[in-house]
Ligand binder design. Structure first.
Ligand code: BG6
Length: 507
């Protein structure tokens, strides 16, 4: 069927009204790598409003022109775009401003208020806290004190995006929420988890709730167990200052993996609206059973740290010898865990999570293993039990969904073999998928918080993992096991899953 351009023209996409984005931490890595390229792509796709400007704020001295030059450089480095002669880049550059100042200094915020009034009177304002977590309370407090957090009218809305890490444990997350709530109402607060902006992660909801055939079998009667893996080949890179105090549990599990898990485990929401979706995710999170018993988490959690080894054909140093890492560090770079959800849907179905740096391959996937058929009618012709059906959701890098099932091998004899049915994003739709930050920035400008973490989610998620940190702290300092860089974590992590009769998937 041919498309009808007249009807296409009538398709209504939510679009932000006149807006201003204020980036705190505008000279930093996140701004250069992600935010500025995302703004360019949004502008190129005509998703930014005609009246749109950006004010970058940071301590690093720069003027407007230097900030514009930083924008052009980041397009070259991180978006593979040559800004010279690119009309979109030049037009956006013309709407960039920069304020130098100490984020702890009230005078900076007075200057900011005056600049907002000068360049974007009556616009909505989105504050982006791309700053270390220690600075977030100060910035929010100052914004409140100069009355920049309250909307004057519905179109002059005020919102704030808070980057991860959101706190470092349950107590600090609770305090940060409390402080933000002194100055912003919950619907104004957008806690970012970039995994929620990934196309494949959003597709989890579409896959489950826009299709009739999977939901009836999406429970303990048909699903045997679930494995979620987020494997990276990179090491700590230049981020030891943050990572050495965080570790894999804080950096990946508390946020990204818990989001993936709840999207798999949640009940169907009544509508696709922010609170309906987040209520159901919250139910799933709350159904997770405590991970530790009497301060002992060793039966459900395993941690390790990478030692020197080889990744992608390159020799790489061990974690403790990476730049700026404490030589005696016991920070974990690998975590594997087993979770049990105490709900009608999931009782008795284990969820296994693992994440690590310096593993052999970059891959994030969710594997849902179904139960075997109740009767093995092919056992006479097929010596070993048939392979269970498996649904694999490839979050990255090879985005798609695969289903494994048994088929008859061609030939006179009845022989069985597992085969795959594959859906690949690239093949099915072609074209590039938007980066997570593009989706999330646009959603925040529109005011849609469906893909952002709510205050209760972050607190409940910290409440789950904080006892693990406490237990680790109580253990002997030198106790952390190691794995060779380029291996799939330590062998000992296998016992966590083999004790239940399973194996980690070979990826
Ligand atoms: C970040 C973590 O949130 O996610 C990093 O701080 C990690 O340590 C990154 O490397 C992984 O994101 P992605 O999108 O590459 O899977």
């Amino acid at each position: 069927m041919q498309s009808n351009p007249l009807l296409d023209g009538l398709r209504i996409e939510p679009a932000p009204g006149p807006s201003l984005l204020v980036i705190f931490g505008a000279s930093g890595d996140l701004t250069r790598r992600k935010l500025l390229p995302a703004l360019y792509q949004l502008s190129r796709a005509h998703r930014l409003p005609p009246r749109f400007s950006v004010i970058g704020v940071a301590k690093t001295p720069m003027d407007d022109e230097a900030f514009r030059e930083q924008f052009r450089t980041s397009l070259r480095e991180f978006a593979e775009v040559d800004p010279a002669g690119d009309a979109v880049a030049e037009s956006l550059a013309g709407h960039l401003r920069y304020l130098t100042g100490d984020l702890d200094d009230q005078a900076l915020y007075q200057r900011l208020a005056a600049t907002i009034e000068e360049i974007a009177p009556g616009s909505g304002v989105l504050f982006y806290l791309a700053v270390p977590p220690s600075l977030a309370p100060s910035v929010a407090g100052h914004l409140g004190r100069v009355h920049l957090t309250r909307a004057e009218n519905p179109s002059a809305w005020r919102r704030v995006i808070v980057e991860k890490p959101f706190g470092s444990d349950f107590e600090s997350a609770r305090q940060l929420n409390q402080l933000l709530h002194e100055h912003f109402d919950e619907p104004q607060i957008f806690r970012i988890d970039h995994y929620l902006g990934k196309e494949t992660v959003q597709n989890l909801m579409v896959f489950r709730f826009a299709n009739g055939m999977f939901e009836p079998i999406w429970d303990r009667r048909y699903i045997d167990h679930v494995q979620i893996t987020a494997a990276e080949t990179v090491g700590v890179e230049q981020r030891a200052g943050y990572y050495d105090t965080a570790g894999a549990l804080r950096d990946m599990v508390q946020n990204h993996l818990m989001q993936l898990l709840t999207l798999i485990a949640m009940e169907p929401p009544v509508t696709f609206s922010a609170d309906s979706v987040r209520d159901r995710k919250m139910d799933a999170l709350l159904s997770i059973q405590p991970i530790c018993t009497d301060g002992d988490c060793s039966r459900s959690v395993f941690r390790a740290q990478y030692a020197a080894g080889w990744v992608d054909g390159r020799e790489v140093p061990g974690y403790r010898t990476e730049p700026q890492v404490n030589r005696g560090s016991t920070t974990e770079t690998f975590v594997a865990m087993r979770l049990q959800l105490d709900s009608w849907r999931w009782a008795g179905v284990p969820f296994y999570l693992r994440t690590g740096k310096r593993l052999p391959k970059r891959v994030t996937e969710i594997a849902i293993q179904f139960k075997r058929p109740p009767l093995q009618i092919f056992k006479q012709v097929h010596a070993s039990p048939v392979a269970p059906n498996l649904l694999i959701i490839n979050v990255q890098p090879d985005e798609g969904i695969s289903l494994r099932f048994e088929a008859k091998l061609p030939g006179m004899r009845m022989q069985l073999a597992p085969v795959m049915m594959n859906f690949r994003y690239g093949q099915a739709f072609g074209g590039a998928v938007p980066e997570a930050y593009e989706t999330l920035l646009l959603d925040a400008l529109i005011g849609d918080s469906t893909l952002f973490a709510r205050h209760d989610f972050v607190e409940a998620s910290w409440a789950l993992v904080s006892p693990i940190h406490e237990a680790w702290r109580a253990e002997a300092a030198a106790a952390i096991p190691t794995y060779e860089a380029g291996e799939w974590g330590p062998r000992a992590a296998d016992t966590l899953i083999s004790a239940d009769g399973y194996r980690w998937r070979t990826l």
